[in-house]
Design a protein around this ligand. Structure first.
Ligand SMILES: [Fe+2]
Ligand SMILES: [Fe+2]
Length: 298
């Protein structure tokens, strides 16, 4: 049930898409991201990438990273071909969303937020490949957008949200718990409102709404479960929200894992310690990639 507090903020959330920077780049991107890959025009994507120097640089860095074979990629067109259009569009989306929140409105350090989002995108994709989920790129996009509501909260209640984030860090509690206490709603609920306004696919809306409550998911259970687990794995490693959260990690006892086993019965025989180790091994590489994209020295 949507709380009264969220209803109070709804008109402001609905007004978000009138912010001039959104429709220019994001709208065509969102439309393209929901098309089958063969219908997406490579030249159009390369043109959108070249439009913004930062985005072009990020695409080139990513295409040249070890995860993509560390080739000598020098042109945007080649980078787009190597990364695959879905991934490039996701980078575009991430960079454009970054511009949606003006510098003085961020309640989070933007770098921390994007490291977490991109980290989750890459971990979710890795997990999708490991368990045989049919659409690894959708998994990537779901990981990238799962915390969309954090942007919404930063925009619609900046000052209060800053205090909320500070409090979460001081008490080492999860963001959603602090949001519930400070705002009366979480980034899951506010993110859902924006996702619906932007006509994201129903799978993505469920990820945004239920990634902290997997058991409430209606149709996209495996996708939501993967994002939930990736989010946890990133948070216990150095790809969280910029502070150390007091939390345990018990995949075997997590409802998200049992949901995945229900959908993919062969997972029941997977050695979970080994599975976690493989993902954790990938996280080191992913953290390096994320930092190279955002040029942070580790
Ligand atoms: Fe979240
Ligand atoms: Fe998250």
């Amino acid at each position: 049930m949507i709380s009264e507090q969220l209803e109070k903020f709804r008109p402001r959330i609905n007004a978000l898409d009138s912010i001039p920077t959104i429709p220019v780049i994001i709208q065509p991107l969102l439309t393209m991201l929901q098309l089958p890959p063969e219908q997406v025009d490579l030249e159009k994507v390369a043109e959108l990438v070249s439009y913004d120097k930062t985005i072009a640089v990020q695409c080139l860095r990513m295409a040249n990273s070890p995860l993509f074979g560390r080739r000598q990629v020098e042109t945007v067109r080649n980078a787009v071909m190597i990364l695959g259009m879905k991934r490039v569009q996701s980078i575009l989306l991430c960079c454009s969303l970054n511009q949606v929140v003006p510098a003085d409105k961020w309640a989070f350090d933007p770098l921390t937020f994007w490291r977490h989002s991109l980290g989750c995108a890459l971990v979710t994709r890795k997990m999708a490949q490991m368990i045989g989920y049919p659409d690894a790129e959708k998994a990537y996009l779901a990981g990238l957008l799962h915390d969309l509501g954090i942007l919404v909260n930063s925009l619609v209640c900046t000052e209060e949200y800053r205090k909320c984030v500070e409090d979460a860090a001081a008490r080492r509690i999860s963001i959603d718990r602090a949001e519930q206490e400070w705002l009366g709603f979480t980034h899951c609920q506010s993110g859902k409102v924006l996702a619906e306004r932007w006509n994201l696919s129903t799978d993505l809306i469920e990820v945004i709404e239920f990634h902290h409550d997997v058991e409430l998911t209606k149709n996209a259970r495996p996708l939501v479960a993967m994002v939930h687990l990736s989010d946890l794995l990133c948070r216990v490693r150095e790809l969280g929200y910029g502070y150390y959260e007091v939390m345990g990690l018990d995949l075997a006892g997590d409802v998200a894992w049992s949901s995945l086993v229900q959908h993919y019965p062969t997972l029941a025989s997977v050695d979970l310690a080994r599975f976690t180790l493989d993902i954790e091994g990938a996280i080191d590489e992913i953290a390096e990639l994320v930092d190279s994209v955002f040029s942070v020295k580790r």
